[in-house]
Design a protein around this ligand. Structure first.
Ligand SMILES: NC(=O)c1ccc[n+]([C@@H]2O[C@H](COP(=O)([O-])OP(=O)(O)OC[C@H]3O[C@@H](n4cnc5c(N)ncnc54)[C@H](O)[C@@H]3O)[C@@H](O)[C@H]2O)c1
Length: 256
């Protein structure tokens, strides 16, 4: 097959089920010929991830809980063995305690703040650190963020602060890794009903407000994010790094 990503090896982290944004990204990348390595967080999701990966050609499935450095080390070693060269990394991982995603941000606990930042922001740095040395032919790294990084949004709370750290990390990583021909960007997606979104209180009212106010008058479809990820992973975006690209049907540009 001669696609935009033929001959490219891409690591996708963050598939939990067929609603995961990472899964939509995988489908877009596979449609253009990418060979994909998937990771799963733990045994609870392993079976589901293996089943999904099995529906695409050229895939491998490996474990990686991003809070454990040794698991990221083993992942890098296995990828080096299996792929030799890596061309892309998709980071689509976040977590905060449910109780921190409602009520007031001012009530955030020390533990909850640290955990949300560890999994949702630091993990990008931890993974990029071990993967860029495998990108010997140049590479593209991307992560997933949300408007709550820039605006104080009801119930998003500590996750918004973690996303702000993630977006700043994108810029610092981009500045570091450009010299190795590695680009680092983020997609800021509009709200999409996924497992992670279930944790956010009143998610339905957020979707309704987007339908009313977004210039395109509709919510974000997961395939729209997948196709932008395809652009970011391909040579078509070779001049873009350190950028946050909104895929939200224009919602973020609208005032009252
Ligand atoms: N759904 C939305 O509305 C929306 C909007 C903008 C950004 N995002 C972001 O998109 C990304 C993907 O979320 P999603 O909506 O597809 O939900 P999802 O629940 O399908 O994906 C979240 C993933 O994070 C993984 N994860 C959590 N803790 C982990 C750990 N310790 N180690 C390894 N993996 C871990 C989970 O296994 C899961 O695969 C997240 O960063 C999320 O914040 C989501």
């Amino acid at each position: 097959m001669n696609g935009l990503l033929s001959g490219k090896n891409i690591l996708i982290m963050g598939v939990a089920n067929d609603r995961s944004i990472a899964w939509a990204i995988a489908q877009s990348l596979a449609s253009q010929g990418a060979a994909i390595a998937f990771t799963y967080e733990n045994e609870r999701v392993e079976e589901r991830v293996r089943k999904l990966a099995g529906t695409l050609p050229n895939t491998v499935v490996l474990p990686c809980n991003v809070t454990v450095d040794t698991e990221i080390d083993s992942l890098a070693a296995t990828l080096k063995e299996q792929f030799g060269v890596l061309h892309g990394l998709v980071h689509s991982i976040a977590f905060a305690k449910t109780e921190e995603l409602e009520g007031l941000f001012v009530d955030t606990s020390r533990d909850g703040f640290a955990l949300a930042h560890d999994i949702s922001a630091y993990s990008l740095v931890a993974v990029a650190q071990r993967m860029y040395p495998l990108m010997t032919e140049g590479g593209s790294i991307m992560t997933m963020t949300y408007l709550g990084a820039e605006r104080a949004m009801k119930n998003y709370n500590v996750m918004g602060v973690a996303k702000a750290a993630l977006e700043a990390s994108v810029r610092y990583l981009a500045n570091d890794l450009g010299q190795f021909n590695v680009r680092v960007n983020a997609i800021s997606a509009g709200p999409i009903r996924t497992l992670a979104a279930k944790g956010i209180k009143d998610f339905n009212s957020i979707l309704r407000s987007v339908e009313e106010k977004a210039p395109m008058r509709r919510t974000t479809e997961v395939a729209e994010v997948g196709d932008t990820a395809l652009f970011l992973m391909s040579h078509l975006s070779r001049g873009i790094t350190g950028e946050i690209i909104f895929v939200d049907n224009g919602y973020h540009i609208v005032g009252v």
